[in-house]
Design a protein around this ligand. Structure first.
Ligand code: TGC
Ligand code: FAD
Length: 397
């Protein structure tokens, strides 16, 4: 008969197709065999190996839910299961992959011309070309609509735009070959998307310094983008999409991936805390797992992981049917990131002083999960998106 499994207590596996289960298994195997052994050193040294994206590309894990152009054409849920497998190891590794897959490949797939798709997508899918997504600026994070980066006709190069401005906190920017930059077209004041190619930028027009000494996501590389008259051919602008709809449509897919991804970080925190609680003995030789307060911490975390996974699968299904709206994605992104962070912080207590050692991995998840709650719309911003949808009154300004 059916049995309770602490790793999947609501049997969410029964909600998946055979293809999805197979893709998840491929991703889990790669992540545990190839990523898990390198994450501790990578995190200590803030050392992101760009070869990781190439390895993922070989397995078909990049842009997995996109059709054609060398992509796997899998379901949204399958792509979510890949992010969960990667984030079970580290949110930073998932971050590098989300930017490549959801933001850059997804954006080109949705908004690009046929030429742009053929030129960029197959190489991005192989991880041979690396991408970054530049929306956030030093003075405009939650409110990207106020961005200052500007595009105007190039003063000397015919058929080119000239881009100037600064982006900050940009995942992969120091290693990216192609940077999707959102800028206001000077003549209209409207936001447009540009594919800035590093190889086309003369010295001084594009700088992408790394942001070092981060307190989280240290296994991912983050930087700035400084543009000073960077030349971008007109053929590298998205032809039709205008305004915030451009960047936000890319964010819908990335935010969805994060909602499933953080469940991986939470599940790994649960697994580590459970093992520790069974092994560590205090008071008359009892394992910590014998104490009721410890059991409640595990019960809370396991419950939130199961609920979050079910909700995320449901939103993925609606997305593939064409029946999802952005508020649903705000709901699962906010709830799952908040729940993962809250529970991981509490599970950290089970490790006592050993939580302070990086060898136990729990502190890394807690630090990383703070960032997942912050990027792609900080949780309070998603509260306001939901609040606007509930009341009809916007509370941003
Ligand atoms: P608002 O009036 O709400 O909308 C402006 C226009 O955009 C459209 N829109 C959307 N379209 C598609 N999908 C969505 N989710 C959309 N949300 C909005 C909207 O229909 C409207 O269109 P139109 O035609 O009427 O102009 O704009 P607002 O300026 O009031 O926005 C407020 C707010 C707070 C909702 C928004 O600015 C916001 O979400 N802020 C958070 C910023 C953010 O998420 N930044 C992410 C940066 S990228 C990143 O963090 C990558 S980390 C990756 C990693 O490493 O994993
Ligand atoms: P702010 O907008 O200054 O917000 C600060 C606080 O104020 C938040 O808690 C916020 O919720 C709150 N707040 C703001 N406005 C309101 C309001 N109206 N009402 C109530 N509260 C409000 N961006 C990219 O474009 N591309 C990337 O690849 C990328 N990668 C990132 C990687 C890392 C490691 C990090 C840390 C960030 C990354 N970001 C990226 C940026 C990220 O999206 C922003 O940090 C995020 O959108 C928040 O913007 P901000 O940091 O400017 O905070």
């Amino acid at each position: 008969g059916p049995q309770f499994s602490w790793e999947d207590p609501l049997n969410t596996k029964s909600l998946l197709t055979e293809d999805e289960i197979a893709i998840a298994e491929t991703a889990e195997r790669y992540c545990q065999e190839r990523l898990q052994p390198r994450v501790l050193e990578a995190y200590r040294n803030e050392d992101y190996d760009p070869k990781i994206l190439e390895e993922m590309g070989e397995l078909g894990l990049l842009g997995a839910n996109l059709e054609g152009y060398g992509c796997a054409g899998a379901s949204t849920v399958a792509a979510g299961l890949i992010t969960r497998a990667v984030e079970r190891v580290d949110s930073g590794y998932r971050s590098g992959m989300s930017v490549q897959s959801s933001l850059v490949m997804g954006g080109i797939h949705e908004h690009g011309t046929e030429e742009q798709k053929e030129k960029f997508l197959p190489e991005l899918a192989k991880g041979k070309l690396l991408g970054a997504f530049g929306l956030t600026e030093p003075n405009h994070g939650s409110d990207p609509g106020s961005m200052e980066t500007v595009a105007k006709p190039h003063p000397t190069k015919k058929g080119y735009y000239s881009l100037s401005g600064s982006k900050t906190w940009i995942t992969n920017s120091p290693i990216a070959d192609v940077l999707m930059v959102w800028a206001k077209l000077q003549e209209t004041g409207k936001i447009r998307g540009f594919l800035v190619e590093r190889k086309d930028c003369p010295p001084g027009t594009l700088e992408t310094p790394a942001i070092k000494n981060k307190t989280a996501l240290r296994a991912s590389i983050t930087g700035m983008i400084h543009l000073d008259g960077a030349p971008v051919p007109e053929a590298n602008m998205f032809p039709h999409v205008e305004g915030l709809t451009g960047p936000f449509s890319c964010l819908n897919s990335a935010r969805y991936g994060i909602s499933m991804g953080v469940m991986g970080a939470l599940e790994d925190s649960i697994s580590r805390a459970r093992t520790y609680a069974l092994e560590r003995r205090q008071f008359k030789g009892n394992p910590l797992a014998k104490y009721q307060l410890i059991q409640k911490k595990l019960a809370d975390a396991v419950t939130d992981a199961a609920y979050g996974t079910v909700a995320s699968i449901q939103v993925g299904r609606l997305k593939d049917e064409g029946n999802a709206v952005p508020e649903m994605i705000s709901l699962v992104k906010r709830q799952n990131c908040d729940a993962a962070l809250r529970n991981a912080r509490i599970l950290q207590e089970i490790f006592g002083g050993n939580a302070t050692s990086d060898e136990y991995g729990i502190g890394r998840h807690v630090a990383n999960l703070f960032v997942t709650q912050t990027y792609e719309g900080q949780s309070d911003i998603h509260s306001l998106i939901l609040g606007r949808a509930i009341t009809g009154v916007q509370a941003f300004v």
